[in-house]
Design a protein around this ligand. Sequence first.
Ligand code: FEO
Length: 173
Amino acid sequence: MLSEKMQDALNAQINAELHSSYLYLAMAAYFESQNLLGFANWMHKQSEEENVHGMKFYHYVNDRRGRVILTALEGPKTDWTSSLAVFEDSLKHEQKVTGLINKLMDLAIAESDHATISFLKWFVDEQVEEEANVDSVIQDLKRIGDAPQGLFILDRELAGRKGEGEGEGGDAT
Ligand code: FEO
Protein backbone atom coordinates (compact mmCIF):
# COMPACT_ATOMS: atom_id res chain seq x y z
CA MET A 1 0.00 0.00 0.00
CA LEU A 2 1.07 3.55 -0.65
CA SER A 3 1.22 5.93 2.28
CA GLU A 4 -1.36 8.70 2.09
CA LYS A 5 1.41 11.25 1.68
CA MET A 6 2.97 9.29 -1.20
CA GLN A 7 -0.42 8.81 -2.84
CA ASP A 8 -1.14 12.56 -2.66
CA ALA A 9 2.27 13.36 -4.14
CA LEU A 10 1.79 10.86 -6.99
CA ASN A 11 -1.66 12.28 -7.70
CA ALA A 12 -0.14 15.76 -7.85
CA GLN A 13 2.37 14.43 -10.38
CA ILE A 14 -0.45 13.08 -12.58
CA ASN A 15 -1.76 16.64 -12.70
CA ALA A 16 1.73 18.02 -13.44
CA GLU A 17 2.26 15.60 -16.35
CA LEU A 18 -1.16 16.25 -17.84
CA HIS A 19 -0.56 19.98 -17.45
CA SER A 20 2.71 19.47 -19.36
CA SER A 21 0.74 17.77 -22.12
CA TYR A 22 -1.65 20.72 -22.22
CA LEU A 23 1.23 23.23 -22.28
CA TYR A 24 2.96 21.43 -25.19
CA LEU A 25 -0.36 21.35 -27.04
CA ALA A 26 -0.58 25.15 -26.58
CA MET A 27 2.97 25.40 -27.98
CA ALA A 28 1.94 23.24 -30.97
CA ALA A 29 -1.02 25.57 -31.56
CA TYR A 30 1.32 28.58 -31.45
CA PHE A 31 3.62 27.03 -34.07
CA GLU A 32 0.65 26.13 -36.27
CA SER A 33 -0.41 29.79 -36.12
CA GLN A 34 3.10 30.68 -37.37
CA ASN A 35 2.88 28.06 -40.15
CA LEU A 36 5.89 26.25 -38.66
CA LEU A 37 4.38 22.80 -39.00
CA GLY A 38 7.59 20.87 -38.20
CA PHE A 39 7.92 22.66 -34.88
CA ALA A 40 4.22 22.01 -34.31
CA ASN A 41 4.78 18.29 -35.00
CA TRP A 42 7.59 18.18 -32.43
CA MET A 43 5.29 19.75 -29.85
CA HIS A 44 2.43 17.40 -30.67
CA LYS A 45 4.70 14.39 -30.09
CA GLN A 46 5.91 15.95 -26.85
CA SER A 47 2.33 16.56 -25.75
CA GLU A 48 1.45 12.90 -26.45
CA GLU A 49 4.46 11.70 -24.48
CA GLU A 50 3.50 13.81 -21.48
CA ASN A 51 0.10 12.18 -21.56
CA VAL A 52 1.87 8.80 -21.51
CA HIS A 53 3.88 9.98 -18.49
CA GLY A 54 0.69 10.99 -16.69
CA MET A 55 -0.83 7.58 -17.42
CA LYS A 56 2.25 5.79 -16.11
CA PHE A 57 1.63 7.50 -12.75
CA TYR A 58 -2.10 6.78 -13.01
CA HIS A 59 -1.54 3.05 -13.52
CA TYR A 60 1.14 2.92 -10.87
CA VAL A 61 -1.16 4.39 -8.20
CA ASN A 62 -3.84 1.84 -9.14
CA ASP A 63 -1.34 -1.04 -9.21
CA ARG A 64 -0.39 -0.16 -5.64
CA ARG A 65 -4.08 -0.21 -4.70
CA GLY A 66 -4.11 3.54 -4.24
CA ARG A 67 -6.84 5.96 -5.29
CA VAL A 68 -6.33 8.21 -8.30
CA ILE A 69 -7.80 11.66 -7.75
CA LEU A 70 -7.85 13.96 -10.77
CA THR A 71 -7.83 17.70 -10.23
CA ALA A 72 -8.36 20.77 -12.43
CA LEU A 73 -5.66 21.56 -14.97
CA GLU A 74 -4.17 25.04 -14.91
CA GLY A 75 -4.58 26.82 -18.25
CA PRO A 76 -1.31 26.94 -20.21
CA LYS A 77 0.45 30.02 -21.55
CA THR A 78 -0.76 30.51 -25.12
CA ASP A 79 1.48 33.07 -26.79
CA TRP A 80 5.19 33.67 -27.31
CA THR A 81 7.35 36.26 -29.07
CA SER A 82 9.56 33.81 -30.98
CA SER A 83 10.37 30.13 -31.58
CA LEU A 84 13.34 30.50 -29.26
CA ALA A 85 11.11 31.89 -26.48
CA VAL A 86 8.88 28.81 -26.77
CA PHE A 87 11.78 26.38 -26.39
CA GLU A 88 13.31 28.41 -23.56
CA ASP A 89 9.97 28.14 -21.72
CA SER A 90 9.94 24.46 -22.50
CA LEU A 91 13.39 24.00 -20.92
CA LYS A 92 12.34 25.96 -17.83
CA HIS A 93 9.28 23.76 -17.60
CA GLU A 94 11.30 20.55 -17.87
CA GLN A 95 13.70 21.78 -15.18
CA LYS A 96 10.68 22.38 -12.94
CA VAL A 97 9.40 18.85 -13.65
CA THR A 98 12.85 17.42 -12.88
CA GLY A 99 12.62 19.15 -9.49
CA LEU A 100 9.19 17.58 -8.88
CA ILE A 101 10.49 14.10 -9.77
CA ASN A 102 13.47 14.60 -7.44
CA LYS A 103 11.13 15.62 -4.61
CA LEU A 104 9.01 12.52 -5.21
CA MET A 105 12.16 10.41 -5.08
CA ASP A 106 13.22 12.12 -1.82
CA LEU A 107 9.85 11.23 -0.31
CA ALA A 108 10.02 7.61 -1.53
CA ILE A 109 13.50 7.27 -0.02
CA ALA A 110 12.40 8.88 3.26
CA GLU A 111 9.55 6.35 3.45
CA SER A 112 11.73 3.39 2.36
CA ASP A 113 9.12 2.79 -0.36
CA HIS A 114 11.29 0.61 -2.58
CA ALA A 115 8.64 -0.02 -5.23
CA THR A 116 8.14 3.71 -5.75
CA ILE A 117 11.90 4.30 -5.80
CA SER A 118 12.21 1.71 -8.56
CA PHE A 119 9.24 3.16 -10.48
CA LEU A 120 10.63 6.70 -10.29
CA LYS A 121 14.06 5.74 -11.64
CA TRP A 122 12.66 5.65 -15.17
CA PHE A 123 11.50 9.26 -14.75
CA VAL A 124 14.86 10.39 -13.35
CA ASP A 125 16.53 9.08 -16.53
CA GLU A 126 13.76 10.42 -18.76
CA GLN A 127 14.20 13.95 -17.38
CA VAL A 128 17.89 13.96 -18.33
CA GLU A 129 16.86 13.12 -21.89
CA GLU A 130 13.98 15.61 -21.94
CA GLU A 131 16.17 18.52 -20.88
CA ALA A 132 18.93 17.53 -23.32
CA ASN A 133 16.54 17.29 -26.28
CA VAL A 134 14.97 20.69 -25.62
CA ASP A 135 18.38 22.25 -25.06
CA SER A 136 19.61 20.86 -28.38
CA VAL A 137 16.81 22.70 -30.25
CA ILE A 138 17.61 25.88 -28.28
CA GLN A 139 21.25 25.67 -29.39
CA ASP A 140 20.14 25.24 -33.03
CA LEU A 141 17.78 28.23 -32.76
CA LYS A 142 20.51 30.40 -31.27
CA ARG A 143 22.88 29.47 -34.09
CA ILE A 144 20.21 30.28 -36.67
CA GLY A 145 19.46 33.71 -35.17
CA ASP A 146 17.31 35.73 -37.57
CA ALA A 147 18.15 33.68 -40.69
CA PRO A 148 14.83 32.53 -42.21
CA GLN A 149 16.56 29.79 -44.26
CA GLY A 150 17.88 28.22 -41.07
CA LEU A 151 14.44 28.27 -39.47
CA PHE A 152 12.99 26.68 -42.61
CA ILE A 153 15.54 23.85 -42.52
CA LEU A 154 15.10 23.22 -38.79
CA ASP A 155 11.32 23.19 -39.22
CA ARG A 156 11.71 20.48 -41.89
CA GLU A 157 14.00 18.50 -39.59
CA LEU A 158 11.61 18.64 -36.63
CA ALA A 159 8.81 17.46 -38.89
CA GLY A 160 10.56 14.08 -38.79
CA ARG A 161 10.10 13.51 -35.08
CA LYS A 162 8.13 10.34 -34.52
CA GLY A 163 6.09 9.37 -31.49
CA GLU A 164 6.98 6.53 -29.14
CA GLY A 165 6.89 3.23 -30.98
CA GLU A 166 6.83 4.91 -34.40
CA GLY A 167 10.46 4.16 -35.21
CA GLU A 168 13.46 6.45 -35.52
CA GLY A 169 13.31 9.53 -33.31
CA GLY A 170 10.71 7.97 -31.02
CA ASP A 171 12.97 8.47 -28.04
CA ALA A 172 13.32 12.19 -28.73
CA THR A 173 11.31 13.16 -25.71
FE1 FEO B 1 6.95 14.27 -18.27
FE2 FEO B 1 8.55 16.36 -19.85
O1 FEO B 1 8.17 15.56 -18.21
